[in-house]
Design a binder for this molecule. Structure first.
Ligand code: ADP
Length: 607
Protein backbone atom coordinates (compact mmCIF):
# COMPACT_ATOMS: atom_id res chain seq x y z
CA UNK A 1 0.00 0.00 0.00
CA UNK A 2 2.88 2.35 0.91
CA UNK A 3 4.63 1.51 -2.36
CA UNK A 4 1.42 2.27 -4.29
CA UNK A 5 1.08 5.61 -2.50
CA UNK A 6 4.69 6.52 -3.31
CA UNK A 7 4.16 5.37 -6.90
CA UNK A 8 1.26 7.82 -7.16
CA UNK A 9 2.76 10.68 -5.19
CA UNK A 10 6.25 10.79 -6.75
CA UNK A 11 5.05 11.45 -10.32
CA UNK A 12 2.55 13.99 -8.95
CA UNK A 13 5.36 15.76 -7.05
CA UNK A 14 7.59 15.74 -10.15
CA UNK A 15 4.76 17.09 -12.29
CA UNK A 16 4.05 19.83 -9.71
CA UNK A 17 7.75 20.84 -9.65
CA UNK A 18 7.90 20.89 -13.43
CA UNK A 19 4.72 22.97 -13.62
CA UNK A 20 6.03 25.41 -10.96
CA UNK A 21 9.28 25.86 -12.85
CA UNK A 22 7.44 26.43 -16.11
CA UNK A 23 5.16 28.96 -14.47
CA UNK A 24 8.19 30.80 -13.09
CA UNK A 25 9.81 30.88 -16.54
CA UNK A 26 6.57 32.16 -18.07
CA UNK A 27 6.38 34.92 -15.47
CA UNK A 28 10.06 35.81 -16.19
CA UNK A 29 9.30 36.07 -19.90
CA UNK A 30 6.22 38.12 -19.11
CA UNK A 31 8.24 40.56 -16.98
CA UNK A 32 10.99 40.78 -19.63
CA UNK A 33 8.35 41.54 -22.25
CA UNK A 34 6.87 44.14 -19.97
CA UNK A 35 10.32 45.75 -19.46
CA UNK A 36 10.86 45.77 -23.24
CA UNK A 37 7.53 47.41 -23.98
CA UNK A 38 8.01 49.97 -21.21
CA UNK A 39 11.45 50.76 -22.62
CA UNK A 40 9.86 51.33 -26.02
CA UNK A 41 7.21 53.58 -24.46
CA UNK A 42 9.74 55.57 -22.42
CA UNK A 43 11.90 55.93 -25.56
CA UNK A 44 8.88 57.34 -27.37
CA UNK A 45 8.32 59.85 -24.54
CA UNK A 46 11.94 61.00 -24.70
CA UNK A 47 11.95 61.25 -28.46
CA UNK A 48 8.79 63.29 -28.34
CA UNK A 49 10.41 65.64 -25.84
CA UNK A 50 13.60 65.95 -27.86
CA UNK A 51 11.59 66.59 -31.04
CA UNK A 52 9.86 69.39 -29.14
CA UNK A 53 13.26 70.80 -28.22
CA UNK A 54 14.37 70.53 -31.86
CA UNK A 55 11.36 72.56 -32.94
CA UNK A 56 12.08 75.09 -30.23
CA UNK A 57 15.73 75.32 -31.33
CA UNK A 58 14.67 75.74 -34.96
CA UNK A 59 12.46 78.65 -34.00
CA UNK A 60 15.13 80.24 -31.84
CA UNK A 61 17.91 79.96 -34.47
CA UNK A 62 15.73 81.89 -36.87
CA UNK A 63 15.24 84.74 -34.37
CA UNK A 64 17.05 87.87 -35.66
CA UNK A 65 18.62 88.58 -32.31
CA UNK A 66 20.05 85.06 -32.22
CA UNK A 67 21.17 85.21 -35.83
CA UNK A 68 22.92 88.49 -35.01
CA UNK A 69 24.38 86.91 -31.84
CA UNK A 70 23.11 89.97 -29.96
CA UNK A 71 23.40 89.38 -26.20
CA UNK A 72 20.95 92.11 -25.39
CA UNK A 73 18.20 90.41 -27.41
CA UNK A 74 19.22 86.88 -26.63
CA UNK A 75 19.19 87.14 -22.85
CA UNK A 76 15.54 88.11 -22.32
CA UNK A 77 14.52 85.80 -25.15
CA UNK A 78 16.33 82.79 -23.65
CA UNK A 79 15.24 83.65 -20.11
CA UNK A 80 11.61 83.73 -21.24
CA UNK A 81 11.94 80.36 -22.98
CA UNK A 82 13.80 78.86 -20.01
CA UNK A 83 10.94 79.66 -17.61
CA UNK A 84 8.66 77.34 -19.63
CA UNK A 85 11.25 74.52 -19.82
CA UNK A 86 11.95 73.05 -16.39
CA UNK A 87 14.21 70.33 -17.83
CA UNK A 88 16.59 72.84 -19.44
CA UNK A 89 19.28 74.25 -17.18
CA UNK A 90 20.40 77.02 -19.49
CA UNK A 91 20.12 78.25 -23.06
CA UNK A 92 23.08 79.99 -24.57
CA UNK A 93 24.52 80.97 -27.91
CA UNK A 94 28.23 81.05 -28.82
CA UNK A 95 30.08 82.12 -31.86
CA UNK A 96 31.84 79.49 -33.94
CA UNK A 97 34.92 79.68 -31.67
CA UNK A 98 32.94 78.89 -28.52
CA UNK A 99 32.67 82.42 -27.06
CA UNK A 100 29.36 82.87 -25.24
CA UNK A 101 27.36 85.64 -26.96
CA UNK A 102 24.13 85.29 -25.07
CA UNK A 103 22.87 83.21 -22.11
CA UNK A 104 19.63 82.76 -20.21
CA UNK A 105 21.54 82.60 -16.94
CA UNK A 106 24.10 85.17 -15.95
CA UNK A 107 27.28 84.92 -18.02
CA UNK A 108 29.57 87.58 -19.14
CA UNK A 109 29.50 88.03 -22.92
CA UNK A 110 32.86 87.00 -24.27
CA UNK A 111 33.20 84.09 -21.83
CA UNK A 112 34.13 80.88 -23.51
CA UNK A 113 32.36 77.61 -23.03
CA UNK A 114 34.38 75.02 -21.21
CA UNK A 115 37.10 73.26 -23.16
CA UNK A 116 35.07 70.10 -22.92
CA UNK A 117 32.07 71.86 -24.46
CA UNK A 118 34.17 73.09 -27.31
CA UNK A 119 33.85 69.61 -28.79
CA UNK A 120 30.16 70.02 -29.56
CA UNK A 121 30.71 73.60 -30.92
CA UNK A 122 33.40 72.30 -33.25
CA UNK A 123 31.22 69.32 -34.26
CA UNK A 124 28.26 71.57 -35.10
CA UNK A 125 30.40 74.08 -36.99
CA UNK A 126 32.11 71.33 -38.89
CA UNK A 127 29.07 69.25 -39.77
CA UNK A 128 26.54 72.04 -39.98
CA UNK A 129 24.14 69.66 -38.15
CA UNK A 130 22.86 69.51 -34.58
CA UNK A 131 25.10 67.64 -32.14
CA UNK A 132 24.92 66.27 -28.63
CA UNK A 133 27.68 66.75 -26.12
CA UNK A 134 29.12 64.28 -23.66
CA UNK A 135 27.91 64.46 -20.10
CA UNK A 136 29.62 67.41 -18.50
CA UNK A 137 29.24 70.17 -15.96
CA UNK A 138 27.48 73.25 -17.25
CA UNK A 139 29.80 76.25 -17.68
CA UNK A 140 27.19 78.66 -16.40
CA UNK A 141 24.79 76.41 -14.42
CA UNK A 142 27.61 74.45 -12.78
CA UNK A 143 25.41 71.26 -12.79
CA UNK A 144 25.67 67.99 -14.73
CA UNK A 145 24.29 68.47 -18.11
CA UNK A 146 24.17 67.23 -21.67
CA UNK A 147 24.11 69.91 -24.27
CA UNK A 148 21.97 69.79 -27.38
CA UNK A 149 23.71 72.05 -29.89
CA UNK A 150 22.20 73.55 -33.07
CA UNK A 151 23.88 75.62 -35.83
CA UNK A 152 22.87 79.30 -36.08
CA UNK A 153 23.02 80.60 -39.64
CA UNK A 154 22.92 84.17 -40.94
CA UNK A 155 20.90 85.40 -43.89
CA UNK A 156 23.55 83.98 -46.29
CA UNK A 157 23.08 80.53 -44.70
CA UNK A 158 26.59 80.61 -43.26
CA UNK A 159 27.11 79.22 -39.77
CA UNK A 160 27.75 82.10 -37.40
CA UNK A 161 27.23 80.48 -34.10
CA UNK A 162 25.91 77.59 -32.07
CA UNK A 163 22.70 77.50 -29.99
CA UNK A 164 23.00 75.23 -26.97
CA UNK A 165 20.34 73.75 -24.66
CA UNK A 166 21.87 72.47 -21.46
CA UNK A 167 19.61 69.60 -20.35
CA UNK A 168 19.04 69.10 -16.64
CA UNK A 169 19.89 65.39 -16.67
CA UNK A 170 19.07 65.08 -12.97
CA UNK A 171 15.46 66.01 -13.72
CA UNK A 172 15.12 64.03 -16.92
CA UNK A 173 13.62 61.15 -14.96
CA UNK A 174 10.46 63.21 -14.44
CA UNK A 175 9.74 62.39 -18.06
CA UNK A 176 9.29 58.79 -17.01
CA UNK A 177 6.96 59.54 -14.11
CA UNK A 178 3.93 58.79 -16.21
CA UNK A 179 5.29 55.42 -17.27
CA UNK A 180 3.53 52.74 -15.18
CA UNK A 181 6.25 50.68 -13.51
CA UNK A 182 6.22 47.92 -10.90
CA UNK A 183 7.74 48.66 -7.49
CA UNK A 184 11.57 48.74 -7.50
CA UNK A 185 11.80 49.34 -11.26
CA UNK A 186 14.24 51.80 -12.74
CA UNK A 187 14.47 53.69 -16.05
CA UNK A 188 18.02 54.64 -16.99
CA UNK A 189 19.35 56.67 -19.90
CA UNK A 190 22.92 55.83 -20.89
CA UNK A 191 25.08 57.81 -23.25
CA UNK A 192 27.18 56.13 -25.95
CA UNK A 193 29.99 55.53 -23.44
CA UNK A 194 27.67 53.69 -21.12
CA UNK A 195 27.50 56.53 -18.58
CA UNK A 196 24.29 57.24 -16.79
CA UNK A 197 22.65 60.38 -18.15
CA UNK A 198 19.38 60.07 -16.34
CA UNK A 199 17.88 57.66 -13.89
CA UNK A 200 14.39 57.44 -12.51
CA UNK A 201 15.68 56.57 -9.01
CA UNK A 202 18.52 58.26 -7.09
CA UNK A 203 19.57 60.18 -10.19
CA UNK A 204 22.11 62.40 -8.35
CA UNK A 205 23.92 59.37 -6.98
CA UNK A 206 24.36 57.52 -10.25
CA UNK A 207 24.57 60.20 -12.98
CA UNK A 208 27.93 59.98 -14.72
CA UNK A 209 28.64 56.47 -13.45
CA UNK A 210 29.49 53.83 -15.98
CA UNK A 211 27.45 50.63 -16.08
CA UNK A 212 30.20 48.11 -16.58
CA UNK A 213 27.74 45.48 -17.64
CA UNK A 214 26.90 47.46 -20.76
CA UNK A 215 30.22 48.39 -22.35
CA UNK A 216 28.96 47.95 -25.93
CA UNK A 217 27.48 50.63 -28.12
CA UNK A 218 23.75 51.20 -27.43
CA UNK A 219 22.72 49.53 -30.67
CA UNK A 220 24.64 46.38 -29.83
CA UNK A 221 23.16 45.96 -26.40
CA UNK A 222 20.65 43.05 -26.33
CA UNK A 223 16.98 44.10 -26.26
CA UNK A 224 16.37 42.10 -23.10
CA UNK A 225 18.75 40.91 -20.39
CA UNK A 226 18.96 39.93 -16.78
CA UNK A 227 21.58 41.94 -14.85
CA UNK A 228 22.58 43.10 -11.45
CA UNK A 229 22.19 46.90 -11.66
CA UNK A 230 24.41 49.68 -10.29
CA UNK A 231 22.48 49.55 -7.03
CA UNK A 232 23.16 45.82 -6.74
CA UNK A 233 19.52 44.81 -7.43
CA UNK A 234 18.97 42.02 -9.92
CA UNK A 235 16.52 43.04 -12.63
CA UNK A 236 15.16 42.10 -16.01
CA UNK A 237 16.16 44.90 -18.40
CA UNK A 238 14.33 45.95 -21.54
CA UNK A 239 16.51 48.19 -23.75
CA UNK A 240 15.67 50.71 -26.47
CA UNK A 241 18.32 52.55 -28.49
CA UNK A 242 17.77 56.26 -29.25
CA UNK A 243 19.38 57.70 -32.36
CA UNK A 244 20.04 60.90 -30.49
CA UNK A 245 23.31 60.59 -28.68
CA UNK A 246 23.21 57.72 -29.52
CA UNK A 247 21.73 56.86 -26.18
CA UNK A 248 20.41 53.70 -24.61
CA UNK A 249 17.18 53.76 -22.67
CA UNK A 250 16.98 50.86 -20.29
CA UNK A 251 13.98 49.83 -18.17
CA UNK A 252 14.79 47.43 -15.34
CA UNK A 253 12.10 45.51 -13.44
CA UNK A 254 13.35 43.60 -10.37
CA UNK A 255 13.36 39.83 -10.78
CA UNK A 256 11.55 39.76 -7.43
CA UNK A 257 8.48 41.12 -9.28
CA UNK A 258 8.31 37.89 -11.29
CA UNK A 259 8.76 35.93 -8.07
CA UNK A 260 5.98 37.99 -6.41
CA UNK A 261 3.67 37.29 -9.34
CA UNK A 262 4.40 33.59 -9.15
CA UNK A 263 3.93 33.45 -5.38
CA UNK A 264 0.08 33.36 -5.37
CA UNK A 265 0.13 30.70 -8.07
CA UNK A 266 2.67 28.74 -6.07
CA UNK A 267 0.54 29.18 -2.97
CA UNK A 268 -2.58 28.03 -4.77
CA UNK A 269 -0.71 25.09 -6.32
CA UNK A 270 0.75 24.22 -2.97
CA UNK A 271 -2.69 24.19 -1.33
CA UNK A 272 -4.07 22.13 -4.22
CA UNK A 273 -1.17 19.69 -3.93
CA UNK A 274 -1.54 19.61 -0.15
CA UNK A 275 -5.26 18.78 -0.37
CA UNK A 276 -4.65 16.30 -3.20
CA UNK A 277 -1.89 14.60 -1.17
CA UNK A 278 -4.05 14.53 1.93
CA UNK A 279 -6.98 13.15 -0.07
CA UNK A 280 -4.78 10.48 -1.66
CA UNK A 281 -3.30 9.49 1.70
CA UNK A 282 -6.72 9.46 3.40
CA UNK A 283 -8.20 7.48 0.52
CA UNK A 284 -5.28 5.06 0.64
CA UNK A 285 -5.65 4.65 4.39
CA UNK A 286 -9.39 4.17 4.08
CA UNK A 287 -8.99 1.65 1.27
CA UNK A 288 -6.28 -0.22 3.09
CA UNK A 289 -8.32 -0.21 6.30
CA UNK A 290 -11.48 -1.49 4.62
CA UNK A 291 -9.49 -4.08 2.65
CA UNK A 292 -7.82 -5.28 5.83
CA UNK A 293 -11.22 -5.46 7.55
CA UNK A 294 -12.66 -7.44 4.62
CA UNK A 295 -9.66 -9.78 4.53
CA UNK A 296 -9.95 -10.32 8.28
CA UNK A 297 -13.59 -11.34 7.87
CA UNK A 298 -12.63 -13.84 5.17
CA UNK A 299 -9.77 -15.06 7.40
CA UNK A 300 -12.13 -15.57 10.35
CA UNK A 301 -14.56 -17.48 8.11
CA UNK A 302 -11.70 -19.70 6.86
CA UNK A 303 -10.36 -20.14 10.40
CA UNK A 304 -13.82 -21.27 11.57
CA UNK A 305 -13.94 -23.86 8.80
CA UNK A 306 -10.38 -24.93 9.65
CA UNK A 307 -11.45 -25.30 13.31
CA UNK A 308 -14.25 -27.60 12.20
CA UNK A 309 -17.17 -25.20 12.62
CA UNK A 310 -19.11 -25.74 9.38
CA UNK A 311 -22.22 -23.78 10.36
CA UNK A 312 -23.12 -21.11 7.78
CA UNK A 313 -21.08 -17.94 8.48
CA UNK A 314 -23.05 -14.77 9.22
CA UNK A 315 -23.79 -12.86 5.99
CA UNK A 316 -21.59 -9.78 5.79
CA UNK A 317 -20.90 -6.89 3.40
CA UNK A 318 -17.37 -6.73 2.03
CA UNK A 319 -15.68 -3.68 0.48
CA UNK A 320 -15.27 -5.10 -2.98
CA UNK A 321 -16.73 -7.67 -5.37
CA UNK A 322 -13.69 -9.97 -5.44
CA UNK A 323 -13.69 -10.35 -1.66
CA UNK A 324 -17.46 -10.84 -1.75
CA UNK A 325 -17.02 -13.66 -4.26
CA UNK A 326 -14.22 -15.18 -2.18
CA UNK A 327 -16.42 -15.06 0.92
CA UNK A 328 -19.33 -16.62 -1.00
CA UNK A 329 -16.98 -19.37 -2.27
CA UNK A 330 -15.92 -20.15 1.32
CA UNK A 331 -19.56 -20.15 2.42
CA UNK A 332 -20.43 -22.61 -0.38
CA UNK A 333 -17.39 -24.69 0.49
CA UNK A 334 -18.49 -24.78 4.16
CA UNK A 335 -22.00 -25.81 3.07
CA UNK A 336 -20.77 -28.66 0.87
CA UNK A 337 -18.30 -29.76 3.56
CA UNK A 338 -21.22 -29.68 6.01
CA UNK A 339 -23.33 -31.85 3.69
CA UNK A 340 -20.47 -34.29 3.17
CA UNK A 341 -19.87 -34.33 6.90
CA UNK A 342 -23.57 -35.00 7.53
CA UNK A 343 -23.60 -37.80 4.95
CA UNK A 344 -20.47 -39.30 6.51
CA UNK A 345 -21.99 -39.07 10.00
CA UNK A 346 -25.13 -40.75 8.75
CA UNK A 347 -23.09 -43.48 7.13
CA UNK A 348 -20.98 -43.98 10.23
CA UNK A 349 -24.14 -44.12 12.34
CA UNK A 350 -25.65 -46.70 9.99
CA UNK A 351 -22.49 -48.74 10.10
CA UNK A 352 -22.44 -48.50 13.87
CA UNK A 353 -26.03 -49.74 14.06
CA UNK A 354 -25.24 -52.50 11.60
CA UNK A 355 -22.22 -53.52 13.65
CA UNK A 356 -24.30 -53.57 16.84
CA UNK A 357 -27.01 -55.57 15.10
CA UNK A 358 -24.42 -58.02 13.83
CA UNK A 359 -22.93 -58.35 17.27
CA UNK A 360 -26.39 -58.91 18.71
CA UNK A 361 -27.12 -61.44 15.98
CA UNK A 362 -23.89 -63.16 16.76
CA UNK A 363 -24.87 -63.31 20.43
CA UNK A 364 -28.27 -64.63 19.42
CA UNK A 365 -26.71 -67.32 17.25
CA UNK A 366 -24.50 -68.35 20.17
CA UNK A 367 -27.59 -68.40 22.40
CA UNK A 368 -29.48 -70.43 19.79
CA UNK A 369 -26.61 -72.88 19.60
CA UNK A 370 -26.64 -73.17 23.34
CA UNK A 371 -30.43 -73.60 23.32
CA UNK A 372 -30.14 -76.25 20.63
CA UNK A 373 -27.67 -78.14 22.80
CA UNK A 374 -29.99 -77.74 25.79
CA UNK A 375 -32.84 -78.93 23.52
CA UNK A 376 -30.97 -82.10 22.66
CA UNK A 377 -30.22 -82.64 26.34
CA UNK A 378 -33.83 -81.93 27.35
CA UNK A 379 -35.17 -84.27 24.69
CA UNK A 380 -32.90 -87.07 25.99
CA UNK A 381 -33.86 -86.39 29.61
CA UNK A 382 -37.55 -86.20 28.67
CA UNK A 383 -37.34 -89.48 26.87
CA UNK A 384 -35.62 -91.09 29.87
CA UNK A 385 -38.11 -89.61 32.35
CA UNK A 386 -41.12 -90.63 30.28
CA UNK A 387 -40.73 -94.35 30.94
CA UNK A 388 -40.53 -94.18 34.75
CA UNK A 389 -43.44 -91.72 34.68
CA UNK A 390 -45.49 -94.16 32.59
CA UNK A 391 -44.63 -96.88 35.06
CA UNK A 392 -45.71 -94.65 38.00
CA UNK A 393 -48.99 -93.79 36.25
CA UNK A 394 -49.67 -97.43 35.30
CA UNK A 395 -48.94 -98.60 38.85
CA UNK A 396 -51.19 -95.88 40.28
CA UNK A 397 -54.03 -97.01 38.00
CA UNK A 398 -53.52 -100.64 39.05
CA UNK A 399 -53.56 -99.61 42.68
CA UNK A 400 -56.75 -97.65 42.07
CA UNK A 401 -58.49 -100.79 40.89
CA UNK A 402 -57.88 -102.60 44.16
CA UNK A 403 -61.29 -102.93 45.93
CA UNK A 404 -59.98 -102.76 49.41
CA UNK A 405 -58.73 -99.20 49.10
CA UNK A 406 -60.06 -96.77 51.60
CA UNK A 407 -61.46 -93.38 50.51
CA UNK A 408 -58.42 -91.57 51.83
CA UNK A 409 -55.99 -93.95 50.00
CA UNK A 410 -57.89 -93.49 46.73
CA UNK A 411 -57.58 -89.70 47.14
CA UNK A 412 -53.80 -90.09 47.65
CA UNK A 413 -53.53 -92.31 44.53
CA UNK A 414 -55.60 -89.71 42.55
CA UNK A 415 -53.14 -87.02 43.65
CA UNK A 416 -50.22 -89.20 42.46
CA UNK A 417 -51.99 -89.65 39.09
CA UNK A 418 -52.70 -85.90 38.67
CA UNK A 419 -49.15 -84.87 39.50
CA UNK A 420 -47.65 -87.60 37.31
CA UNK A 421 -49.96 -86.56 34.45
CA UNK A 422 -48.84 -82.98 34.89
CA UNK A 423 -45.18 -84.05 34.86
CA UNK A 424 -45.83 -86.08 31.69
CA UNK A 425 -47.45 -83.01 30.07
CA UNK A 426 -44.44 -80.86 30.95
CA UNK A 427 -42.04 -83.43 29.54
CA UNK A 428 -44.06 -83.66 26.32
CA UNK A 429 -43.96 -79.88 25.91
CA UNK A 430 -40.27 -79.81 26.58
CA UNK A 431 -39.52 -82.50 24.04
CA UNK A 432 -41.68 -80.76 21.44
CA UNK A 433 -39.96 -77.40 22.01
CA UNK A 434 -36.51 -78.90 21.97
CA UNK A 435 -37.13 -80.60 18.61
CA UNK A 436 -37.69 -77.17 16.95
CA UNK A 437 -36.25 -77.84 13.54
CA UNK A 438 -38.47 -76.91 10.66
CA UNK A 439 -40.25 -79.94 9.45
CA UNK A 440 -42.94 -80.70 6.90
CA UNK A 441 -46.26 -78.86 7.39
CA UNK A 442 -48.95 -80.75 9.24
CA UNK A 443 -52.51 -79.77 10.10
CA UNK A 444 -52.22 -77.60 13.21
CA UNK A 445 -54.94 -76.35 15.53
CA UNK A 446 -54.02 -72.79 16.43
CA UNK A 447 -55.46 -73.28 19.93
CA UNK A 448 -52.70 -75.85 20.58
CA UNK A 449 -50.16 -73.29 19.50
CA UNK A 450 -51.68 -70.74 21.91
CA UNK A 451 -51.71 -73.31 24.72
CA UNK A 452 -48.04 -74.04 24.10
CA UNK A 453 -47.10 -70.33 24.15
CA UNK A 454 -49.14 -69.69 27.28
CA UNK A 455 -47.39 -72.58 28.93
CA UNK A 456 -44.02 -70.98 28.12
CA UNK A 457 -44.88 -67.34 29.00
CA UNK A 458 -47.28 -67.76 31.91
CA UNK A 459 -44.81 -67.27 34.73
CA UNK A 460 -43.17 -64.30 33.02
CA UNK A 461 -46.53 -62.59 32.55
CA UNK A 462 -47.57 -63.23 36.10
CA UNK A 463 -44.39 -61.76 37.51
CA UNK A 464 -44.94 -58.68 35.31
CA UNK A 465 -48.55 -58.37 36.65
CA UNK A 466 -50.00 -58.72 33.18
CA UNK A 467 -53.44 -60.27 32.88
CA UNK A 468 -53.79 -62.65 29.96
CA UNK A 469 -57.19 -63.06 28.30
CA UNK A 470 -57.80 -65.90 25.88
CA UNK A 471 -60.60 -66.04 23.35
CA UNK A 472 -60.21 -69.43 21.68
CA UNK A 473 -63.21 -70.73 19.79
CA UNK A 474 -62.85 -73.87 17.73
CA UNK A 475 -61.25 -73.17 14.35
CA UNK A 476 -60.30 -75.23 11.36
CA UNK A 477 -56.69 -76.48 11.30
CA UNK A 478 -54.05 -74.80 9.15
CA UNK A 479 -51.36 -76.63 7.18
CA UNK A 480 -48.15 -75.36 8.77
CA UNK A 481 -45.09 -76.31 10.76
CA UNK A 482 -46.18 -76.13 14.40
CA UNK A 483 -42.88 -74.78 15.71
CA UNK A 484 -42.74 -71.93 13.21
CA UNK A 485 -46.23 -70.71 14.01
CA UNK A 486 -45.46 -71.09 17.72
CA UNK A 487 -42.38 -68.90 17.18
CA UNK A 488 -44.50 -66.20 15.49
CA UNK A 489 -47.11 -66.25 18.27
CA UNK A 490 -44.45 -66.30 20.99
CA UNK A 491 -42.82 -63.29 19.37
CA UNK A 492 -46.16 -61.40 19.36
CA UNK A 493 -46.65 -62.12 23.08
CA UNK A 494 -43.08 -61.17 24.04
CA UNK A 495 -43.36 -57.90 22.06
CA UNK A 496 -46.72 -57.14 23.72
CA UNK A 497 -45.24 -57.71 27.19
CA UNK A 498 -42.19 -55.55 26.42
CA UNK A 499 -44.40 -52.75 25.03
CA UNK A 500 -46.54 -52.78 28.23
CA UNK A 501 -43.43 -52.78 30.43
CA UNK A 502 -41.88 -49.95 28.43
CA UNK A 503 -45.06 -47.86 28.85
CA UNK A 504 -44.65 -48.10 32.66
CA UNK A 505 -48.13 -49.64 33.33
CA UNK A 506 -48.29 -51.24 36.75
CA UNK A 507 -50.97 -53.65 35.57
CA UNK A 508 -51.24 -54.58 31.91
CA UNK A 509 -53.44 -56.78 29.82
CA UNK A 510 -52.89 -59.03 26.83
CA UNK A 511 -55.61 -60.73 24.87
CA UNK A 512 -54.97 -63.69 22.53
CA UNK A 513 -57.80 -64.46 20.14
CA UNK A 514 -58.22 -67.01 17.36
CA UNK A 515 -61.12 -66.94 14.95
CA UNK A 516 -62.20 -68.34 11.62
CA UNK A 517 -63.03 -65.89 8.85
CA UNK A 518 -64.30 -68.46 6.35
CA UNK A 519 -61.37 -68.99 4.04
CA UNK A 520 -58.77 -68.17 6.60
CA UNK A 521 -58.02 -68.67 10.24
CA UNK A 522 -56.79 -65.70 12.21
CA UNK A 523 -54.73 -65.29 15.39
CA UNK A 524 -54.26 -61.92 17.07
CA UNK A 525 -52.45 -60.64 20.15
CA UNK A 526 -53.70 -57.32 21.58
CA UNK A 527 -52.02 -55.31 24.34
CA UNK A 528 -52.69 -52.06 26.21
CA UNK A 529 -49.18 -50.70 25.63
CA UNK A 530 -48.40 -47.40 23.91
CA UNK A 531 -49.13 -48.70 20.38
CA UNK A 532 -46.96 -48.28 17.31
CA UNK A 533 -45.76 -44.77 16.42
CA UNK A 534 -46.91 -43.55 13.01
CA UNK A 535 -43.32 -42.88 11.85
CA UNK A 536 -42.28 -46.47 12.79
CA UNK A 537 -45.09 -48.19 10.91
CA UNK A 538 -43.42 -48.43 7.46
CA UNK A 539 -40.27 -49.97 8.98
CA UNK A 540 -41.75 -52.48 11.48
CA UNK A 541 -41.25 -55.58 9.34
CA UNK A 542 -37.82 -54.58 8.04
CA UNK A 543 -34.93 -56.65 9.35
CA UNK A 544 -33.01 -55.03 12.20
CA UNK A 545 -35.56 -52.32 12.83
CA UNK A 546 -35.95 -51.93 16.58
CA UNK A 547 -36.87 -49.19 19.01
CA UNK A 548 -35.63 -51.14 21.97
CA UNK A 549 -32.34 -50.54 23.78
CA UNK A 550 -29.24 -52.33 22.55
CA UNK A 551 -29.16 -55.84 23.93
CA UNK A 552 -32.93 -56.05 24.33
CA UNK A 553 -34.11 -55.89 20.74
CA UNK A 554 -32.59 -57.33 17.60
CA UNK A 555 -35.21 -56.12 15.18
CA UNK A 556 -35.51 -59.63 13.76
CA UNK A 557 -38.66 -60.97 15.43
CA UNK A 558 -41.23 -59.38 13.14
CA UNK A 559 -39.15 -59.76 9.98
CA UNK A 560 -38.68 -63.51 10.62
CA UNK A 561 -42.41 -63.79 11.43
CA UNK A 562 -43.22 -62.00 8.20
CA UNK A 563 -41.07 -64.49 6.28
CA UNK A 564 -42.77 -67.48 7.95
CA UNK A 565 -46.35 -66.25 7.35
CA UNK A 566 -45.52 -65.21 3.77
CA UNK A 567 -44.13 -68.71 3.11
CA UNK A 568 -47.62 -70.10 3.85
CA UNK A 569 -49.29 -67.49 1.63
CA UNK A 570 -50.67 -65.89 4.75
CA UNK A 571 -51.01 -62.34 5.83
CA UNK A 572 -49.37 -60.57 8.77
CA UNK A 573 -50.00 -57.03 10.14
CA UNK A 574 -50.96 -54.81 13.01
CA UNK A 575 -53.59 -52.19 13.89
CA UNK A 576 -54.36 -49.98 16.86
CA UNK A 577 -56.89 -51.32 19.34
CA UNK A 578 -59.60 -49.96 21.65
CA UNK A 579 -57.13 -49.98 24.63
CA UNK A 580 -54.81 -47.57 22.93
CA UNK A 581 -52.26 -50.31 22.34
CA UNK A 582 -51.38 -52.45 19.32
CA UNK A 583 -52.94 -55.63 17.97
CA UNK A 584 -50.58 -57.82 15.93
CA UNK A 585 -52.23 -60.56 13.87
CA UNK A 586 -51.66 -63.16 11.19
CA UNK A 587 -54.06 -65.00 8.90
CA UNK A 588 -53.38 -68.42 7.38
CA UNK A 589 -55.25 -70.25 4.70
CA UNK A 590 -57.34 -73.12 5.91
CA UNK A 591 -55.85 -76.53 5.27
CA UNK A 592 -57.51 -78.31 2.27
CA UNK A 593 -58.15 -81.38 4.29
CA UNK A 594 -59.90 -79.38 6.97
CA UNK A 595 -63.51 -79.84 7.70
CA UNK A 596 -66.00 -76.99 7.71
CA UNK A 597 -65.49 -74.52 10.56
CA UNK A 598 -66.74 -75.36 13.96
CA UNK A 599 -69.57 -73.48 15.60
CA UNK A 600 -68.48 -69.84 16.13
CA UNK A 601 -69.37 -70.02 19.84
CA UNK A 602 -66.10 -68.98 21.51
CA UNK A 603 -64.72 -69.14 24.99
CA UNK A 604 -62.72 -66.51 26.76
CA UNK A 605 -60.43 -67.29 29.59
CA UNK A 606 -58.39 -65.11 31.88
CA UNK A 607 -55.08 -66.27 33.37
P1 ADP B 1 -37.46 -56.43 18.51
O1 ADP B 1 -38.52 -56.97 19.35
O2 ADP B 1 -36.16 -57.15 18.67
O3 ADP B 1 -37.33 -54.96 18.59
P2 ADP B 1 -39.26 -56.97 16.37
O4 ADP B 1 -39.09 -57.17 14.90
O5 ADP B 1 -39.95 -58.05 17.10
O6 ADP B 1 -37.85 -56.70 16.98
O7 ADP B 1 -40.05 -55.65 16.61
C1 ADP B 1 -39.72 -54.54 15.89
C2 ADP B 1 -40.28 -53.30 16.54
O8 ADP B 1 -41.71 -53.28 16.40
C3 ADP B 1 -40.10 -53.19 18.00
O9 ADP B 1 -38.81 -52.67 18.33
C4 ADP B 1 -41.18 -52.25 18.41
O10 ADP B 1 -40.82 -50.91 18.21
C5 ADP B 1 -42.28 -52.56 17.45
N1 ADP B 1 -43.31 -53.40 18.09
C6 ADP B 1 -43.45 -54.74 17.98
N2 ADP B 1 -44.51 -55.14 18.70
C7 ADP B 1 -45.05 -54.02 19.29
C8 ADP B 1 -46.21 -53.82 20.16
N3 ADP B 1 -47.01 -54.82 20.60
N4 ADP B 1 -46.47 -52.56 20.56
C9 ADP B 1 -45.69 -51.52 20.13
N5 ADP B 1 -44.60 -51.68 19.29
C10 ADP B 1 -44.29 -52.93 18.89
Amino acid sequence: MLAATIAVLVPVALAATWSARLTRLERDVEVIDQAGSIAATAGAYLNEYLNGLDSLASALTRHPGVMALDPAQCRPLFAGVLRGQPLILNILVTDTSGKIEGSALDARPGDEVSPLALGYVTAVVKSGKPAVSELMTGRVSGRPTVVLAYPVRNGADAIVGVLAFGLNVASLQTLFNDVPLPEGSVVTLFDSAGRVLARSRDAERYIGKVAEANPSAPRDVPRAQKLRGLDGVERFYGNAALDRGPWLLSVGIPTSVAADRVAPIYRRDWYTAYFAFSAVILLTLWLSESLTRGLNRVRFAVQRIADGDLSPPAPTRLPNRELDQLYAAFTTMAASLRDTHGALDHRIEQERKMREALQSLQRQVVRQERLAAVGVLVSGVAHELNNPLQAILGTAELLERHSNMSEEELEEIGFIKTQSGRAREIIRNLSRFSSQQGGPPTPVDLRDVVAEVVQLRRRGLESASIALELDLPETRPVQVNFTEIEQVTLNFVINAQQAIEASGHIKGRIRIRVFDTGRRVCLEVADDGPGVKAEDEPKLFQPFFTTKPVGQGTGLGLSVSYGIIESYSGNIGHRPNEWGGATFYFELPVSDSAKSPAAPAGRAKSV
